[in-house]
Design a protein around this ligand. Structure first.
Ligand code: ZN
Length: 117
């Protein structure tokens, strides 16, 4: 399952962040997921339920936000939002476009709980 390995990597990152801040545990993880990233938010959330067990993120809640695809046209230089299956330039109808957002997954925020002295 692709989402589970994505989650394992995510938790590795979160654990490193928690360690560097000497946090007791992780409260909230906010992820931004591109709609063309191939990661299905619903599957990711259920994989997270499994992957977090026994880690510092065991009681953390996971929130996901969606990133819509955006393209830049190499022919005319304009940037535009793109549909999921149409990456043509809306300004000149050119097909020589590059995806500049929408295929990434970003760890946007990690909220930590510090140990109380
Ligand atoms: Zn164009």
């Amino acid at each position: 399952m692709h989402e589970l390995s994505v989650c394992m990597e995510l938790i590795d990152q979160v654990e490193a962040i928690a360690r560097s801040h000497e946090a007791e545990r992780v409260d909230t993880i906010v992820l931004r997921i591109g709609s063309l990233s191939g990661v299905e938010p619903g599957l990711l959330e259920s994989a997270f339920e499994m992957a977090r067990l026994g880690t510092v993120a065991e009681h953390a809640s996971l929130r996901t936000e969606r990133i819509e695809p955006r393209i830049r046209c190499r022919a005319c230089g304009s940037e535009a939002d793109a549909g999921p299956s149409d990456l043509r330039c809306p300004a000149c109808s050119g097909t020589d476009t590059v995806l500049i957002a929408g295929d990434e997954m970003i760890l946007a925020r990690v909220e930590l709980l510090q140990a109380v002295e």
